[in-house]
Write a protein that binds this ligand. Structure first.
Ligand code: AMP
Length: 287
């Protein structure tokens, strides 16, 4: 496994393999890896000849400076994990390598529409602009055939699909299912910032989402949203930022049940200083 921190070297190594006809799979991450990230690398490894994983904590997508400062980092541990799942290239650049002229760059001509004003877009102003900025740079550098993203960050996946279309990247985007702890908590690098006891309590988030999925015949969407929110906030230590049942294609909020449209339930929860997000599909038919 090669570990590279310069974009020229990355470009050279990938071009060499691509020119010999090999299919390149790419998994962008911010490191502090867990089984969720590894599931993407494993899928890439099954479907592609060469797997590239990037590890970069992108400052431009953090709307909260403390979140950036406290974000867990463990490059050594990450490298050991990636070696075990057959990754070929790890790209772990410093900030200057990604933003040679500083972080203030002109925003890319991508119109995210409602994605920028609802849920994560609403509560993390500028976040998706930063995501688009860094992923577009990485896509240009890696020139992969397929890129793998987690449904854990479902709205981000929608943003990436939109960006890929609008900027005309010739790359297939694959969404992969959320990997969970045995208690149901969605795996996240930020879980490392919770104590073992808090992680047990945070399982109430996914339990509430599964409650929504399992009770859709008994209540209307707004009623279920309210019940799920109450379940999460019951202990008094977690505060729900939003909890919404929405169309899985355009993420517009659902006010009634429709049999033909795939729906998902999305939430963001503040647990002390840690912000957790999760979502689940509500029907068999999914995107
Ligand atoms: P991050 O390092 O948090 O930026 O995540 C990198 C990629 O891993 C993103 O595409 C995430 O959606 C994905 N990911 C993060 N957590 C999980 C999880 N629990 N299951 C599946 N994919 C995940």
């Amino acid at each position: 496994m090669l570990i590279i921190d310069k974009k020229e070297a990355l470009h050279q190594e990938v071009s060499l393999r691509r020119n010999s006809g090999l299919k390149i799979g790419f998994v962008p991450t911010m490191g502090a890896l867990h089984q969720g990230h590894l599931s993407l690398a494993e899928r890439a490894s099954k479907e592609c000849d060469i797997v590239v994983v990037s590890i970069f904590v992108n400052p431009t997508q953090f709307n909260n400076p403390d979140d950036l400062k406290n974000y867990p980092r463990d490059l050594k541990g990450d490298v050991v994990m990636l070696q075990k799942v057959g990754v070929n290239l790890v790209f772990a650049p410093m900030v200057d390598e990604m933003y040679p002229s500083g972080q203030k760059e002109a925003p890319l001509p991508v119109d995210l529409g409602n994605l920028e004003t609802i849920m994560e877009g609403k509560h993390r102003p500028g976040h998706f602009k930063g995501v688009v900025q860094v992923v577009a740079k990485l896509f240009e550098m890696v020139q992969a055939d397929v890129a793998y993203f987690g449904q854990k960050d479902f709205q981000q996946l929608s943003v990436i699909r939109k960006m890929t279309l609008q900027l005309g990247f010739n790359i297939k985007i694959v969404g992969c299912p959320t990997v969970r702890e045995p208690n149901g908590l969605a795996m996240s690098s930020r879980n490392l910032l919770l104590s073992a006891e808090e992680r047990e309590e945070a399982a109430a988030i996914s339990k509430a989402l599964f409650f929504v999925r399992d009770n859709r015949n008994r209540f209307s969407p707004p009623e279920l949203e309210k019940l799920a929110l109450q379940q999460i906030e019951k202990s008094g230590r977690m505060k729900v930022e939003y909890l919404e049942i929405a169309d899985a294609v355009n993420l517009e909020r659902a006010v009634s049940w429709t049999s033909d449209k795939p729906l998902r339930c999305f939430t963001a929860v503040q647990f002390g200083k840690v912000r957790l997000i999760d979502n689940v599909p509500l029907s068999e038919k999914d995107v």
